[in-house]
Ligand binder design. Structure first.
Ligand code: DHB
Ligand code: FE
Length: 282
């Protein structure tokens, strides 16, 4: 059976792609952000996962406001990145893991999550930047199963529903008949709001409490409604639902998690940036 080795969470601000392209990692503005990643890169170099299941939200590249699935799973042999208008250079295509995609889709539908299946799918900065942050050198060494959760257009799925969804994805990974090592990644958040009267809204207290809850009390955030999460973390801060899905997937792997590393820095662009790496404990 496949081995679920752990989970990672990271913010995904498009400007990160520009900073990587320009080599600004040690610039004073960027260093507190980028310096969070080497311990996680080292852990990944030791663990050597073969596959990443990526929880993220598409921002209008593959799904636009006219067609917005709540949950969508990629089942393509390759995923192309395309220009989304942020001025970040596009990356070469990412390799899919079609067998695991269908394993996850079949299990989710069996568990009454009626997902959209995507045999062609463009991936935006939210899918590509975590992979570049975790494996900055050379070609991406893992295959990918992109899993989209709508946090862009209301109605959004409830935190408790996202938690159950993540758990079902974890069960599917555990039951996958493969000798491969799998890591789950959450892309998004933490608190931020890009538009309107509260543009620039950041809630450090909530973000840190949320990150801590992922280690010790994973269901903590399911007590909040989506509107409460938006109120606390901003209209885009609700992307932290991805982290909840990631953590829920890990509950299927054993008795708990060990925190490998975390980082929190305010702000990059208008956003509070977070990073976490959790290892499953058998
Ligand atoms: C920013 C953050 C996001 O999550 C995003 O998808 C786009 C932009 C930002 O802070 O600039
Ligand atoms: Fe985003």
């Amino acid at each position: 059976m496949a081995q679920l080795i752990g989970g990672l969470g990271t913010s995904h601000i498009p400007a990160i792609g520009g900073a990587i392209h320009k080599g600004l990692q040690q610039d004073p503005y960027w260093a507190p952000f980028f310096n969070g990643y080497p311990p996680v890169q080292q852990w990944l170099a030791q663990q050597k996962p073969d596959v990443v299941v990526m929880f993220y939200n598409d921002h209008g590249l593959n799904f636009f406001l006219d067609k917005m699935p709540t949950f969508a799973v990629g089942a393509a042999p390759q995923y192309h990145n395309a220009d989304e208008g942020w001025g970040i250079p596009t990356l070469p295509p990412f390799q899919g893991e079609v067998d695991l995609s269908w394993q996850i889709i079949n299990h989710l539908v069996d568990k009454e999550f009626d997902v959209t299946t995507c045999q062609e799918m463009l991936v935006d900065h939210a899918c590509t930047l975590p992979l570049k942050l975790f494996w900055p050198e050379g070609d991406c060494p893992v295959t990918v199963v992109p899993v989209c959760i709508n946090t862009v257009q209301f109605p959004l799925p409830k935190a408790s529903r996202v938690y159950a969804f993540g758990k079902a994805v974890g069960e599917a990974i555990q039951a996958w008949d493969s000798s491969k090592k799998v890591a789950v990644v959450a892309s998004g958040g933490l608190s931020h709001q890009l538009e309107g009267e509260r543009a620039g809204h950041i809630n450090k207290k909530f973000d840190l409490q949320f990150m801590e809850s992922l280690v010790s009390n994973p269901e903590w955030a399911t007590q909040f409604s989506v509107h409460e999460l938006v109120e606390k973390t901003g209209t885009q801060g609700v992307e932290l639902l991805m982290w909840l899905a990631m953590r829920a997937a890990l509950t299927t792997a054993g008795s708990g998690v060990r925190k490998v590393h975390s980082n929190y820095h305010i702000p990059i662009s208008n956003t509070a940036t977070g990073l976490i790496a959790l290892e499953t404990v058998a």
